[in-house]
Design a protein around this ligand. Sequence first.
Ligand SMILES: Cc1cc2nc3c(=O)[nH]c(=O)nc-3n(C[C@H](O)[C@H](O)[C@H](O)COP(=O)(O)O)c2cc1C
Length: 364
Amino acid sequence: MSLLFDPVTIGTMRLKNRFVRSATQDFLGEPDGAVSDREVALYGELAANEVGLIITAHSYVQHPLGRASVNQNAIYDDRFVAGYRRLAAAVHAHGAALVLQVSHAGRQTPPDWPAGQETVAPSAVTDTSTGLTPRELTEEEIWSLLDAYAAAVGRAKDAGCDGAQLHVAHGYLLSSFISPYTNRRMDAWGGSLENRVRILGEIMRRARRAAGDAFPILAKLNSTDGLPGAGYLTLPDVVATAKALENWGIAAIEVSGGIREAKGVMSAPGVVRPEQEAYFAAAATAVKAAVGVPVILVGGLRSLAVMEKVVSDGAADLVALSRPLVKEPELVARMKRGETAQASCVSCNACFNPAGLKCWLPAK
Ligand SMILES: Cc1cc2nc3c(=O)[nH]c(=O)nc-3n(C[C@H](O)[C@H](O)[C@H](O)COP(=O)(O)O)c2cc1C
């Protein structure tokens, strides 16, 4: 049996194997952001098929500015706890764990939805992919965001989730704070790396008060903005951020990369050969060498052989998949039974479809 089926521990979470479903927006939430029956069924199916840890779609912590899309799940109010309780029960019924990803879309709030939606960010840096310039957050708004994130983590615990994950990746609000490209502030929240990551420390402190010391808080961390040239997030800054997160009590770090302006970096298209897989492995190796907490690698993992090598080479302790599990929710169970050693996903990215999460690739 593959070493990927060995149990592993993240904080107080005992996981049956090393397979993680990375956070994946499914566009299947209720219009107000509540968890839907279709989501309960989707998560239950993944758990029934041997995914050890399921990370939810990003759930937004502050209404309405933090919302990224239609039918996105929300966690900005206590009324959303009941839905996550159902999701946790559906996952726990199969011996899997559920971690709730908490997020704020920041400068990547879509321009078209809702119409006229204001976008806020650490600094007023124009998004070159949309031409939109966000408004700089006031100091007072930043303090209210810290409370919103902490309350969201507290709700994850109240719902019976096994942990929460701070979304510090992909150009959303928290990753835009840590990058010097999107954070040009001159106050205590910008400038030096220490100031740029301060928001994470402040959230961790408050989240601990809301959820207690034992509740695992993970982070999905950008390892690069994904744009060429100087003035962007650097790997030394990422490694230092990972160390700071560890000092603040983070339970595990998932390494990802890319912002919306850097097309094809987060979810690289056309990953079909082993050498294209694991495209953030070098960054994960650097992070893992610097921290003692478990590291999760995401990005283009498709074959059992590459995933095993990632773990045996010490690039990461766990492997996370998104698109392959959209196409084949049963993939991990089939790998366990020895029926396949390769995902059939061709990374066409048709699954980015607000009509609802499924593989939209036309059958040949
Ligand atoms: C449809 C879709 C929705 C996604 N939603 C999220 C999300 O809510 N939060 C997040 O951190 N990443 C999200 N991602 C990124 C994935 O979790 C993952 O980092 C990326 O697709 C690379 O992994 P993969 O090659 O296994 O797909 C999404 C990806 C896809 C395809």
